[in-house]
Design a protein around this ligand. Structure first.
Ligand code: GLN
Length: 283
């Protein structure tokens, strides 16, 4: 397979995991909307009820927001049900290497930490950047991926640095670290629920720049003609993605960390990164 170059790049990115937390300050708004209780379906006779309880106990439910390729997206047939991507493949291995069955609950990004708190999900895996404000609401695993915010603009755009966004129309995605960065810079912006909606706004000339995570941005510029990525390493610090669990759930956190550590060491995470970026570029 022709993965070598991309794998090397990804491994380099992983090797560069020196800085911790991130992005641009810690003023994340975690609004959290409605969340429903977990309900384990009850069966009529005791024997079956016992079986379904055992199944529920042996299921590891990950919350995600499947709008963030190459980490999570909906596919015809995915790694777990219809869900596919780097994070979904990692989630599957975490469950299976612990003898559990993986399950995915797809929800809004802003709802993930609330869903953890009320037990609707066991863990959140969503390309989620570790930031101070989120650490107050959840415990995070060791990081498995390093990213940064970038600016997506039209190919003929004059924007060459974050400062150039000052008098431009900026689009971000609600609750993402990109929104936090732009807010911290003090620029006005419009926020969208989905990355694809913000990109359409840019493509249609209704906004000048979208601030979004690097790997996802790369995917969008491959899919949409006439766009390019502008980086500004001074304005946007590196960010680390990690898996969140309910505060104090050290038992699950230890299990997750053991698998992530093994997958980083044996190259599985790097391979998944290469596989999913290549797969998406080929589409
Ligand atoms: N990394 C960004 C954040 O944590 C975006 C994550 C996502 O949309 N899945 O806010």
């Amino acid at each position: 397979m022709k993965k070598t170059a991309k794998m090397a790049a990804l491994m380099l990115a992983l090797a560069m995991m020196t800085t911790t937390l991130a992005a641009c300050g810690n003023s994340a708004d975690s609004k959290g909307s409605t969340a429903t209780d977990t309900t384990v379906s009850n069966s009529q006779d005791n024997g079956t009820a016992e079986t379904s309880t055992q199944e529920a106990e042996n299921t590891l439910t990950f919350g995600t927001n499947a709008e963030f390729p190459p980490f999570e997206f909906v596919a015809g047939s995915g790694v777990i049900d219809q869900y596919d991507g780097i994070d979904i493949a990692i989630a599957k291995q975490i469950a299976e290497r612990n003898g559990m069955t993986p399950a995915i609950e797809n929800m809004e990004f802003d709802s993930l930490l609330v869903a953890l708190q009320n037990g609707q999900i066991d863990a959140a895996i969503a390309g989620m950047t570790v930031i101070e404000e989120r650490k107050e609401e959840a415990d995070f695993s060791i990081p498995y991926y390093t990213a940064t915010q970038v600016m997506i603009v039209k190919e003929d755009s004059e924007i060459a640095s974050a400062a150039d966004m000052a008098d431009k129309k900026i689009c971000v995605i609600q609750g993402y670290t990109g929104e936090i960065c732009v807010k911290d810079m003090g620029y006005p912006y419009e926020s969208f629920k989905k990355g694809t909606d913000a990109i359409m706004e840019l493509v249609n000339g209704k906004c000048d720049v979208v601030v979004l995570d690097s790997a996802t941005s790369q995917k969008y510029i491959e899919e949409n003609e006439g766009l390019k990525i502008v980086e500004d390493a001074e304005a946007f610090e590196s960010e680390e993605y990690a898996i969140a669990v309910k505060k104090g759930n050290t038992e699950l956190l230890d299990k997750i960390n053991t698998v992530i550590d093994a997958m980083l060491t044996d190259g599985t995470v790097a391979e998944l990164g290469a596989k999913y970026t290549e797969q998406l570029s080929a589409d």
